[in-house]
Ligand binder design. Sequence first.
Ligand code: GLN
Length: 534
Amino acid sequence: MKKYVFVTGGVCSSLGKGLAAASIGTLLECHGLRVCMVKIDPYLNVDAGTMSPYQHGEVYVTDDGAETDLDLGNYYRFTSSPVSRKQSITTGQVYQEVIRKEREGQYLGKTVQVIPHITDEIKRRIVVAGNDNDAEVTVIEIGGTVGDMESVPFLEAARQFGHDVGRDNVVFVHLTLVPMVAGEEFKTKPTQHSAKALREIGIQPDVLLCRSAKPLDEEMKRKISLFTNVHRDAVISAYDIDGTIYEIPLVYGNQGFDEIVLKKLELDYKEADKSRWENVVEIYSNPKDTVKIGMVGKYINLNDSYKSINEALIHGGIANQVTVEIVRIDSEDLEKAEDIGAVLSQVDGILIPGGFGKRGIEGMILAAGWARENNLPTLGICLGMQIMTIEYARNVAGMKDANSTEFVPECEAPVISLLEEQTDVKDYGGTMRLGLSESHLKDGSLIRECYGEPLIHERHRHRYEVSVKYREILEESGLIVGGTTPGNQLVESVQWPDHCWSTGVQFHPEFTSKPTEPHPLFAGFIKGALENKE
Ligand code: GLN
């Protein structure tokens, strides 16, 4: 029998439900179980593709090209769960499917309603997602906060799910907040109310994960237990930690969280092997050195807009046993800066991340120019690679007006442009190169050295490409094309000549880095930055 763990959130948003769900997955895997993680987003957008990073943070891209919520990135980093289109469910998808069936007459004249038609479609999707990977346990995170109007159909579907498959096969985990007011006193009332709100819709939580600034003591746990009907052992203190997020599974595990879930689900399990995670925490906590990386972008003030890159940099640090300190550099500020060198000489390397639209572009080009001329290690990702190319075209290949047609459609030297056949397409939802595809790496290039193999597969999310027409001029001027699509067709990677460490990639390596398996490009970049520092 398949087992299901539903994760809901109460009191307020931003309590870290994604990390909590991912940590549950991690712990179950430590016991040798196969898990599948599913994210439910109660918004009407069909996917996250059209959303600005200001709204929900980064758009996480899967192998199959789905543009999803960033929590799928957390799942990928913490577990071996498949992450694909199926593991990301939104209200938009659910309604689109039900309305499609209604138009096709599949409901045979019935009145189509939220219950049962929408809830049935939600349950169907959860089962389908969990069938991937032959998972023994499916962990479903329901976005939003209990009490939100948007999440009502999903919570109702979760309630029905427990009823359908039997309560021995489902665990409800509820994440709440235990705030501290007037100095030192913990308040349990919001948690009591939030558990009550869940009970009102027919869900009795089995486990409470209580977020708090400091660990909750025995008395607090007893009090919460008494008022919420949750067993005392199942009240877990999810207190703030100083170190790394990768310690969270260990914090839960130390309080017996995994055993409670496994017993409730009546699962046979092996003794947990948490050594891989203990190892990550150990390395993170005992660094040999610190490396400062400047992130030169435009959504820089929002922590979540470059979520996967931030994490991948930390993983690169783990690979080299150093702490990576991320210095946020707003590219628009650089445009106005009097002395760029004064800003950039503070860091040991820069990373120019992906992005869309014209704003802040010139600041990134200035940063790339300074880094190239001053031998500052540079990693350019997607837009970042295009920036490295434009800068090189302008300042080395002598094409003063080089640009991307994304920013200046009529520019004189469009070194970055849309592929011919894409130019007339106006439907922004599906014109991008999305998902996993193959790149061939050139012998002798830095990227080839990092990966240690000539053929790689990485995830893409972009519309523009290095122009086939200008590639020859750029290469003649010394730009190294370190990677291409099959048949040497499109540029996948560039490198500056005579430079200590530089690589631009058209794809997104950050999506596939894990703390337990740091991505080779990030490991290589941090190594380059460390050597530059020394
Ligand atoms: N805006 C660029 C393009 O569409 C880069 C996209 C990105 O960085 N993800 O090609």
